[in-house]
Design a protein around this ligand. Structure first.
Ligand code: FES
Length: 109
């Protein structure tokens, strides 16, 4: 398979329900992976953009969290309602500004 132009790493870490730190899986991230994969297929972009289940991105408090590469931006508080916007942006090589919680220095819009 070819190297993709763009990757979305979706944290699917799950902690025990009583863990005060919480986890992205508790906030629905496993479904986010499925929906994003389907969204890229629906857009004919599955060979260019890939959604990958990932371990903890150390952004637990703002999960569900996603890192998009190569832009190296982190999205926080992502829900299923954001899937289409994230998929559209990733296919275009853009980012969803309203979801950005971290970005590389010097790349501020
Ligand atoms: S549990 Fe998702 S970033 Fe840590």
């Amino acid at each position: 398979m070819p190297h993709r132009e763009r990757y979305l790493f979706i944290c699917t870490n799950r902690r025990p329900d009583d863990d005060p730190k919480g986890s992205c899986a508790q906030k629905g991230s496993e479904e986010l992976v499925k929906k994003l994969k389907a969204a890229f297929v629906a857009r004919g972009a599955a060979r260019r953009v890939r959604a990958c289940a990932a371990g903890c991105l150390d952004l637990c408090e703002i999960g569900a969290s996603i890192v998009q590469e190569p832009e190296h931006v982190a999205y926080g508080h992502v829900t299923l309602a954001d899937v289409d916007a994230i998929a559209d942006a990733a296919v275009e090589g853009a980012v969803v500004e309203r979801l950005v919680v971290f970005r590389p220095r010097g790349s501020e819009g």
